[in-house]
Design a protein around this ligand. Structure first.
Ligand SMILES: C[S@@+](CC[C@H](N)C(=O)[O-])C[C@H]1O[C@@H](n2cnc3c(N)ncnc32)[C@H](O)[C@@H]1O
Length: 295
């Protein structure tokens, strides 16, 4: 991203797109992000590389926001990069910071596994992120109740939009703080069939965001080219869409993203919506009722 010259946000967009087309994060070695990799995470290796590279490439002193930080792994990967950026930096990590026994056993296996469904992982997160403690604010609680008052955001990493309501709230609260031509939004599970509200949201914001790259299987990075106003954010809402309206938006998104993203990813979303009428939470989407066909 560094090197995007002066000029309008759209002019910068061309430069940023050219940089992303080279996929420079692929060159990030495990050694470079070793401290970050030491923190448990659900991120894939390429997503980890992207996070590190994004942190390293910040151009200004805006905040980095990690929505859905879980045990701090995504934050740690961003922070290893930010620490190498030479810029003033601060990361705000949001999550419930709780884990049920099954998730704990799978992702935090090195820690003694408790029994309950809502075990506090904040003490673990504080320990894991101790190397960067002066550069991190932990924000525990429900993101749907969060207000953002922290000024400009340069990197917005979204891994908590597991329902349409929280996705709408994230857009309404955090997108107004983005900087045109500079801020990157990473939608981590954007192409996951059980989160169709994400592409339905972003396609309505197509005047404000440029898709930059698909990373690993499900992640898509965007550049903000203009800040959506309240009316645009209202028009992009997804929580109150009927299934038919949601599917229409998914089809629009397939056109918007072609040929960068394969059409069958959107077809899988359409099938999920058909199989799960009215469902707007990803964990409920998993319980498909049948083998519905693409609309
Ligand atoms: C896929 S995990 C995040 C993984 C993490 N980025 C990592 O590196 O391991 C999704 C996270 O979103 C959080 N989340 C989902 N909805 C949320 C909400 N409404 N408020 C706060 N956290 C939420 C969950 O607690 C969970 O930790």
């Amino acid at each position: 991203m560094s090197g995007a010259g002066a000029g309008g946000a759209m002019g910068q967009a061309g430069e940023v797109m050219a940089v992303f087309a080279q996929r420079p994060w692929a060159a990030v070695s495990d050694a470079e992000m070793a401290a970050g990799l030491a923190v448990p995470s659900m991120l894939s290796r390429e997503e980890s590389q992207l996070y590190h590279w994004l942190g390293r490439s910040v151009q200004g002193d805006g905040a980095t926001v990690d929505l859905g930080a879980f045990a701090g792994g995504s934050a740690a990967r961003l922070l290893t990069g930010l620490a190498q950026s030479g810029r003033a930096h601060h990361l705000h990590a949001y999550d419930h910071f709780t884990a049920g026994a099954a998730v704990w056993a799978r992702f935090l296996a090195a820690e003694p596994v408790p029994e309950g469904d809502h075990n506090d992982i904040l003490p673990l997160v504080r320990r894991y992120l101790a190397p960067w403690r002066d550069h991190v604010t932990l924000c525990p609680g429900d993101i749907r109740k969060t207000r953002w008052t922290g000024g400009e955001i340069e990197i917005l990493a979204v891994d908590a939009a597991k329902g349409s309501e929280v996705a709408d709230h994230i857009a309404a609260e955090f997108f107004p703080a983005l900087v045109p031509g500079r801020s990157i939004v990473v939608q981590l599970d954007y192409l996951h069939a059980i989160q169709p509200w994400l592409c339905a949201q972003m396609v309505r914001l197509a005047d404000h965001f440029v898709p930059l790259a698909q990373v690993a299987k499900d992640c898509v990075a965007f550049l903000c080219v203009s800040v959506p106003d309240a009316a645009a954010l209202q028009a992009a809402r997804t929580d109150d869409l009927t299934d038919g309206a949601l599917m229409k938006r998914v089809r629009e998104a397939a056109k918007w993203h072609g040929p960068m993203i394969a059409d069958d990813r959107f077809k899988a979303m359409l099938r999920k919506i058909k199989d799960n009428p009215g469902v707007r939470l990803s964990w409920q989407m998993r319980q498909a009722t049948g083998g519905g066909k693409t609309a």
